[in-house]
Design a protein. Structure first.
Length: 210
């Protein structure tokens, strides 16, 4: 009789130990699950999730270095104009024709970039450039100007008037819509290439309103 009681006691004790072990295992599994869940929530909440960083952060020194480039030419227009004029007089007409040569450079001045001209939008670096303009206002090479035909008497005022006419004709031709668009395309390619070389993967180049 005592042996039976002893056997039952041992069996009961073994059963209780087994149940306790099961509880311990379940508790460990549940605790591990809670820890993993907490870590995942923490990562999401603090933005520490593992993602690819496609942004390019240019330092103020790098931006200043770009601005220090100053004038950047994107299109050069070489022009030659024949300008003539006639002056009627009592003793006959005076005629003058002169050939003018000019080199007109279209581009931008990076020292005139607007505040915050480099911005980041998602994975794209956006560069807002100043409008394309004429870089040098003194584009006529006066040393190459030559008379083509001259008859009668002419003053320096007359010659200055012809110079101004040649200047206006060259300026209008150089600043045509086609030339401005071509200069913009060249600017987008060259500025984009510069920013790509500095680590930017995606670049968009736009122009500020004149």
């Amino acid at each position: 009789m005592e042996d039976k009681k002893k056997s039952r006691g041992i069996a009961y004790f073994a059963q209780r130990c087994l149940v306790n072990k099961v509880y311990i295992v379940l508790a460990v599994v549940l605790l591990a699950a809670l820890i993993l869940w907490g870590i995942s929530r923490l990562l999401k909440g603090t933005g520490l999730a593992i993602v690819e960083n496609r942004n390019i952060d240019l330092t103020p020194t790098q931006v200043k270095r770009i601005e220090a480039i100053g004038e950047w030419e994107f299109l050069q227009v070489n022009d030659e104009e024949l300008i003539d004029t006639v002056k009627h007089g009592f003793f006959g007409d005076s005629e003058l024709a002169r050939i003018y040569y000019g080199t007109l450079r279209l581009g931008i001045n990076l020292k005139e970039t607007p505040e915050g001209w480099l911005t980041q939008k998602r994975d794209t670096l956006i560069a807002t450039l100043p409008p394309i303009k004429l870089l040098d206002l003194h584009f006529i090479d006066e040393a190459r100007t030559m008379p083509f035909y001259e008859k009668g008497s002419w003053t320096e005022t007359d010659r200055k008037r012809m110079y101004d006419k040649a200047y206006a004709v060259m300026l209008k031709r150089a600043l045509s819509r086609q030339n401005l668009q071509l200069a913009q395309q060249n600017a987008q390619q060259q500025m984009g290439g510069l920013l790509h070389s500095m680590g930017a993967k995606h670049v968009k180049v736009v122009f500020a309103n004149p």
